[in-house]
Design a protein around this ligand. Structure first.
Ligand SMILES: Nc1ncnc2c1ncn2[C@@H]1O[C@H](COP(=O)(O)OP(=O)(O)O)[C@@H](O)[C@H]1O
Ligand SMILES: [Mg+2]
Length: 237
């Protein structure tokens, strides 16, 4: 890895073919992230935020340029190796929560640990701990349909962090939440960032979320237009 960087991109470019034309979603993006950052991608709709998160999360590959995450070059990974990197080291949080509706809260959070092949007692301990981090341990037996949006997103955070990943990527995690729940979600993520050292990178165009950022990266038309300390930069980690 490069100087202890958790991940970095070099002239990362993504072009989507569109009929006879093409759309440049990312245009020579150079960004580096250290361990323990709490950073946000902001910028108008269509500026490339989701595309960047997907490539950093090894869900997609660049058209040109390179991306290194935890010492792995994303563009060279086989599907199996990319899945292994995600299962072990990366947690995802989505705008629409993406919980499995037929499973309980407990089972949803346990799922990533089953993929890792952890034993039953280790799983029980880790799930119990993760549910406490997000203050939803009293709803372990509920199903997603019985919970509010804010509660569902807290479950999704628990699912993302239960394996103690190095990196959590969140795509507009508060887009479907009201103001109070948005702040609670950000406070929960900031506490996990502080207590476990987990690196968080999320996209947002929500002003309430921007308040919590310690680094604010503005994308415009697939380019890094600004990269500056966020409003929470001076707060103690
Ligand atoms: N699968 C795709 N096929 C074609 N174009 C896409 C695809 N995904 C994203 N785009 C285009 O790439 C640009 C960046 O999109 P996106 O990364 O979703 O931006 P954001 O998340 O900032 O709204 C947009 O112009 C979008 O229409
Ligand atoms: Mg998006």
């Amino acid at each position: 890895m490069d100087n202890g960087k958790l991940m970095f991109t070099t002239d990362l470019t993504k072009v989507y073919p569109m009929g006879g034309q093409s759309i440049t979603a990312l245009d020579k993006v150079n960004l580096a992230f250290a361990k323990g950052e709490f950073a946000g991608l902001v910028g108008p709709s269509g500026s490339g935020k989701t595309t960047l998160l997907n490539i950093l999360g090894s869900l997609d590959v660049p058209t040109s340029g390179s991306v290194e995450v935890l010492g792995e070059k994303i563009e060279t990974l086989s599907h199996r190796k990319a899945a292994e990197l995600r299962n072990r080291h990366i947690g995802f949080i989505f705008q629409t929560f993406n919980l499995l509706p037929v499973y309980t809260v407990y089972e949803n959070v346990e799922f990533p640990l089953l993929l890792l092949g952890l034993g039953a007692s280790e799983r029980r301990r880790a799930v119990g701990e993760a549910l406490k981090w997000v203050h939803i341990d009293d709803r372990a037996r509920s199903r997603p349909a019985q919970l509010s949006g804010g509660q569902c997103q807290r479950v999704a955070i628990a699912r993302a962090v239960v394996k103690k990943p190095a990196l959590v990527l969140a795509d507009e995690p508060t887009a479907n939440l009201d103001a109070e729940n948005s702040h609670r979600i950000l406070d929960t993520m900031a506490a996990i960032n502080r207590d476990l050292g987990t690196t968080f990178l999320f996209s947002t165009h929500d002003d309430k979320v921007i308040l919590h950022l310690r680094r604010k990266i503005t994308l415009i038309d697939g380019r890094v237009a600004k990269d500056e300390p966020g409003p929470a930069a001076e707060r103690r980690p």
